[in-house]
Design a binder for this molecule. Structure first.
Ligand code: SF4
Length: 320
């Protein structure tokens, strides 16, 4: 076997080893798709959100520093033979920022030792992961390269967050963002369209607009609620305790949210859960985005919307 073929085989072996704890499937924040994904935790340590089935049967665990160093040695082997070097590392998995500041700093030291080209580190966090760290700890994390964190805010409405058992209040989320801003750590936010169902759609839209306009996210990522087959929300739907917004109605929510936004950010609704992708800069492209959306919405309203939705959703949702 020539050296190139041996290298490819080795890379495949390493990648398989690193995917194994995640049962072959990892997820990272949308903006970190090109970052090098480093296993530091498995699953999320909350697992309470009704709409989520990402980690339902995957127990939360942390890798030891020795295990993380071992992953980094493998990545360093790959990077040394790769032309396009990774400039960012994204920590896995659901909320790796739950790790203590001390451990996160030790991980950053290892990253910089084995991957000297890396300039930034990111990952998902819950509001409490930020709130439980002191301001000096957050400043130290920023110094060590933690420069962009992604939070699943989902909604600016306390009623919606409570119904979905998000485990945090709007105030918690606001305070977490303030702490990140004070430490100079950039953040991006996920918002989930349709999360309030039919009953709470008004407050979900209105209070999410307010929340976003009081924040300074680098990017806002909009996803539509999907009824994943193992998500506890499915039971509530079957019991008639939740009436879902159809994907088309989620896009109507998005249009209304966009109308109300007055902040500077990247508006990103290109996630595959949405009926159509749309992305642009706010406030510069707001009018253009609104016009594009209106065109798409009227095109989809004239088509058989239900069939279109079914094609996109069938693989994820049993409730279609
Ligand atoms: S949405 Fe995030 S915090 Fe909630 S259970 Fe899923 S991974 Fe955990």
């Amino acid at each position: 076997m020539n050296r190139e073929a041996e290298f490819i085989k080795q890379v495949r072996r390493y990648r398989k080893e690193m995917l194994a704890p995640y049962r072959g499937w990892q997820y990272v924040p949308m903006g970190e798709g090109r970052s090098l994904a480093l296993p530091v935790t498995v699953s999320c340590d909350y697992k309470g959100c009704l709409f989520c089935d990402l980690n339902q049967d995957l127990p939360f665990s942390e890798f030891s520093l020795a295990e993380i160093e071992n992953f980094l040695k493998k990545e360093a082997y790959i990077q040394a033979r790769t032309r396009r070097k990774a400039r960012r590392v994204v920590l896995l998995h659901g909320n790796p920022l739950t790790l203590s500041a001390e451990k996160l700093l030790a991980i950053a030291d290892l990253i910089h030792r084995y991957l000297p080209e890396v300039k930034g580190i990111g990952g998902f966090a819950r509001a409490f992961d930020i709130l439980k760290k002191s301001s000096p700890e957050l400043l130290a994390l920023k110094e060590q390269g933690y420069d962009h964190i992604t939070l699943g805010i989902e909604s600016g409405s306390d009623r919606v967050l409570a119904f979905q058992n998000k485990g945090v209040s709007v105030r918690d989320q606001r305070l977490a963002l303030q702490k990140l801003e004070e430490a100079g750590i950039a953040y991006s936010l996920y918002i989930m369209l349709g999360l309030g169902g039919k009953e709470m759609t008004r407050e979900h839209v209105a209070e999410t607009i307010t929340f976003l306009n009081q924040s300074r996210p680098k990017e806002i990522i909009f996803v539509s609620l999907v009824l994943f087959k193992n998500a506890p929300l499915v039971q509530l739907l079957r019991q008639g305790k939740f009436s879902r917004q159809r994907p088309y109605e989620c896009m109507l929510e998005l249009h209304e949210i966009l109308q109300g936004l007055s902040l500077e950010s990247i508006f990103n609704a290109t996630h595959k859960t949405n009926m159509f992708p749309i992305k642009g800069l706010l406030p510069k492209q707001k009018e253009e985005l609104l016009q594009k959306m209106e065109k798409e919405l009227s095109r989809l309203a004239q088509e058989d919307g239900a069939a279109h939705e079914g094609r996109r959703w069938r693989s994820w949702s049993k409730e279609y």
